[in-house]
Structure formats: C-alpha cells, structure tokens
Design a protein around this ligand. Structure first.
Ligand SMILES: [Zn+2]
Length: 563
C-alpha cells in the first residue's frame, strides 16, 4: 500500500509539472493528504461484530471425514469463502477444556495464563480447585451453586478484554456455552455477560454475580418460554443412517450407554430416558445441546443489539455438546457423525441470522476447538494398532510401595492429577531430602512402569528452555507456581479412561490437531498446511482490529489470513 501511494504521488508530481509548479505542488499535497487519510482508515478493520466459535473436542478430520454430508452454508461456507488452517495445533499439554478456552482467548499457554487443567491441586491452599469456580460470588438464575464462577484463576487478559479496553468499554462482549468454563474464560475479566446452562431439573441459562445481580429480562423471558422442552424428544439420525459410511457400526463395544438402554444405538428416546439420566443435563450429551446453544446465542444477538453500531462487539459461542458426545460414544461413532452434521446446520442458521442482522461481510468469524481427542483405544487394539489403558491407581500404589521401601514414608505423594505428581514439600523437608534429587529418583522409578513413555521433573522445567517436540509442549503447559513436581507422558493412545468413549489431555498429535477457520470481514480466502498454533488466534484477531494484544500473548498473528 505504501509503495502504491508513493508511486501515485510520483506520477501526480511528474504529471503535475505540465501545469505551473505551484499548482502541481498544491495538487500533489491534496492528493497526498487524501492518500494518508485513506491509509489511516485502512490500518485496522472494524467489523461490527466478531464471533468466536469453539467446538469442544473437534478434531480436524471431522471437517474432511464428514465433508460430503455438510450443506453449503455452515462449515463449507467458512472453508470456501474464508481461510482454512489445515495444520493447526495446541502447543501445550494438558489438552483439556479449561486450558483450551483460556489459550484460544489469551493468545498464550498455561505456563502464562495459569489455567493448567479443568481442576487441579492447589498446593498453597492444599485442595483441589476448579478452573472457573469462585465462591466469593453467588449464582444468578439458580438456587444451586452452579453460578458461583469467575475468571479469577486466569492470570492474563483475553482478546475480549482487549476489545473492551480498546473501545473504552463501548464494545460489548457476551459469552455463551453449556459449560460454565466455556463461557467464563472466553468472556475474559471484563465481559458484559457470560451465560451457561444449568441442567438437572432446571434447564435454565444462568450466570454469576461477577457479571450482574439479576438476569436481564430477555434471559428471564427466554428461560420462561421453556423452548428447551422442545428438545426432550427422540434423537434419530438426521439423514438415513446407512449413508453414514464415514463412521463405525452403530452397535459395537466401544460406546457408552445411557442408563435404562441396553445398546448404544439409535434412536434415543430422551423422554423415556429422562429421569434416569439427570433430566436436562441429558441434552448436553446430544446434538440438541448445540441447537439450544444456537437458540440462546441468537437471542443474545437480538436482545443485546450486538453488531448494530460501528463499535465492534464480540459474541463468544462455545459448543460444549460435541465433547460430551465424544466422551460417551467415541470419535468413530455414528453419534459423533450425526452431531457434526447437525452442528453444520446450526452454523448455517447462525450465519444466516448474522447476514440478516449484522450484514454479510460486516462480521468476522473464527472457529476452532478447545482440544481434539483419541480414537477409542479398545477399538484401535482390535485393529492391531498400538493402544492401551493405564491404571493410575495401580501406578500410585506401586510408587507408594517404592517410596516406603526406599525412604520409609508413604506421605511423600500429596496428589496425582492431570498426569502430574505433587509431592508434599513439608514431608520432603522433614525427611531432609533434596527436592530435585527426589523428583529425579521418582522419575527413574516411573520409567520402569508399563505404559510410561517419558517423565520430566519440575527441576528440569525450571532449568531448561525446551524449544521443540514433546518437552516443549509440556513446558508450555507447565506453570512454575501451579504445576506439579513430576510430569508423566504415557505411550501414544494409552489413556486412563473407561474402555468405551474417547478422551483427551495428552501432548500427542491426535489431541492437538484441531480446525482453525477464519471467515468474513478482513479475512483472505485460502488455505495452508503451514503449522499454526492455538495461541496465534488472539493476536491475529487483535492485529485485524488494530488493538493491543492480550497481556500474556506468546502467539503471533497469522499473516496468511489478514488482508
Ligand atoms: Zn472432554
């Protein structure tokens, strides 16, 4: 752009000399001023609305495997009219929901934003804590404790915080998800509102006094309307199940069961299974959870006047249900396939409403995941592919036997969680042991156990700067104040989980490879197989909007996508 301007200026000055020199100078100055004003306007893009979409547990291959079943207005519209990063990864472990949402929105990893798990052992308070819980706030919209949430454990700002700061708090930020952490973390510290879904016998959208003392009228009306009850129905496949050739058989041994149903097969009569499966909470484990989330997001769009003026607003939507469905039935199930085919319709409905309400080309969307997931190891084993199940209780008891035999104490291990071991530093001190030496001895012992691929100590994380591979991924997830003394990596596709359904959390590529799509205002069309990483999203959106990056940003703007 600068070169083009200079060339035009040169041409104007050159041509201008056919008239009087003064006239030419004046003409040139005027034109230069115009160019400067135009350039000043174009150094940032101001969509009326940014929509951030996180699809929980979405693997990249769900785009390609189910491509033939998708309509033109959902995933395909984003890929065909937007930009597709085909080689996008989480660059840290553990790969869980809390760290995922925090990393997407803060542009950094647990090492910096501090959300090291969904739950973790807090060594200072000597108790397990939940990433979004905060009992200094109360629930709004429920008598239960489900609303006692805030983002206080997330230590850096989010792109949504930066938007608030950049617009003098004029740009609105609303975050929506079935899971509390899927709304609270994306909303950041300064969101106007974050809403999540209370299941059980309630079926309402709720929030925390962190945001407001009372639900707005439109949320109360939405809850009172009971449109949620229309989803208490039978779940059958959207299309003929025989056309779902991209997934495994409907009836197999790798899928979890609803209580009250003896096979994991369609159709699922939700009304009949309702009371045995925690009522409204059931919806979260079906594609109806995505329908419900879209309904509520569209109500927010309408009632909060998002994208109506020239100050950019932000709507953060996280689809929690695909994670529940993946956990229950596994990544190769017909249930997962149907969930994505139906989610595609939700996306089309969302984009059509945005076209109508905000205007096509006036909003910018990104879509990614909070982590991916592993194939069901039991299925892999049956295909002769290396995979296994890890018995963590067995590892703990073996390790305790070793510690008792070697050091005469069973009190050394304080907690094991998220594949990390937390030692009791007081006990270690009382036994007059050197902490680094003890970490090292335990690491050596663990390496003898079956299924353990690698072990790192906190001391190694403190002393080294890993720049590549698994060690780098672990270090990006290692927070010096919050993480444990020993970090264990199991063999690929070796998980501590039931023999049905999929899970995630490892540094392996099946847990890190997730979609990243950009679409709409300021976004180039295209695709790349160059590697991109989750922390690149927040600086990319920040660069697009011309605003300051989140405070802990370690990612970099993805230049391929920006016009
Ligand atoms: Zn999960």
């Amino acid at each position: 752009m600068r070169n083009k301007g200079a060339l035009m200026l040169f041409l104007l000055v050159f041509l201008g000399y056919s008239g009087s020199p003064l006239q030419a100078q004046r003409k040139a100055r005027k034109k230069t001023e115009l160019i400067e004003v135009k350039e000043a306007k174009e150094i940032a893009v101001s969509p009326k609305l940014v929509v951030g979409i996180v699809v929980d547990q979405m693997r990249y291959d769900y785009l390609t495997r189910f491509w033939g079943h998708y309509g033109e207005g959902g995933f395909k519209r984003m890929v065909n009219d937007g930009f597709n990063f085909k080689n996008n990864h989480f660059n840290y472990a553990p790969t869980y929901t809390g760290p995922g949402h925090a990393s997407v929105y803060t542009g950094t990893t647990p090492a910096i934003h501090g959300v090291i798990g969904n739950d973790w052992y807090d060594k200072y308070d000597d108790k397990s804590v939940y990433c979004a819980s905060d009992d200094s706030y109360s629930s709004v919209g429920t008598a239960s404790s489900a609303g006692e949430m805030s983002p206080h454990r997330m230590l850096s700002t989010t792109m949504t915080d930066q938007l608030r700061l950049h617009t003098q708090m004029q740009g609105k930020v609303i975050a929506v998800a079935i899971k509390d952490r899927g709304a609270v973390l994306p909303g950041g510290h300064s969101a106007n509102a974050a809403y999540w879904f209370k299941g059980g016998n309630e079926g309402n959208w709720i929030t925390s006094t962190y945001y407001m003392d009372e639900l707005p009228k439109w949320v109360k009306d939405f809850n009172d309307k009971r449109s949620v009850d229309t989803y208490k129905r039978t779940w059958s496949t959207l299309k003929d199940i025989n056309t779902y050739v991209e997934s495994g058989t409907d009836n197999n041994n790798y899928e979890g069961l609803w209580k009250g149903k003896t096979t994991a097969t369609f159709p699922y009569d939700l009304e009949a299974l309702w009371d045995d499966n925690d009522q409204y909470s059931m919806l979260a484990s079906t594609p109806f959870g995505n329908n419900l989330t879209t309904d509520f997001a569209l109500a927010a769009l309408e009632n909060e006047s998002l994208g109506e003026d020239n100050v950019t607003d932000f709507l953060a939507i996280s689809y929690s249900s695909p994670d529940y469905v993946g956990h229950k039935w596994g990544v190769n199930s017909k249930e997962v396939q149907d969930t994505y085919i139906r989610l595609d319709q939700d996306l089309e409905r969302l984009f059509k409403s945005l076209d109508k309400k905000v205007g096509a080309g006036e909003y910018t969307v990104f879509l990614t995941a909070d982590h991916a997931a592993v194939h069901v190891p039991a299925y892999l084993k049956d295909q002769k592919i290396p995979a296994n199940y890890i018995d963590q209780a067995d590892i703990k008891s073996k390790l305790n036997d070793y510690l008792k035999f070697t050091f005469g104490s069973t009190e050394i291990i304080k907690n094991i969680s998220n594949d990390q071991i937390f030692l009791d530093h007081k006990v270690v001190k009382n036994l007059e042991m050197d902490l680094a030496d003890l970490q090292n001895e335990i690491a050596q012992e663990l390496m003898l156990y079956e299924g353990v691929y690698k072990v790192y100590t906190a001391n190694q994380m403190w002393q080294n700067n890993y720049t590549k591979g698994i060690s780098n991924i672990l270090q990006n997830g290692y927070n010096q104040k919050r993480s444990g003394d020993i970090i264990i990596v199991y063999n690929p596709a070796s998980i501590s989980y039931s023999s049905t359904g999929s899970t995630h959390g490892s540094p392996w590529i099946y847990d890190t490879h997730s979609p990243l799509l950009f679409f709409g205002k300021g976004i180039k069309k295209g695709s790349t197989t160059n590697r991109s990483e989750i922390p690149d999203i927040a600086p990319t959106i920040s660069a697009l909007l011309g605003m300051a990056f989140p405070s802990g940003t370690t990612g970099k703007p993805l230049v391929e996508v920006l016009e």
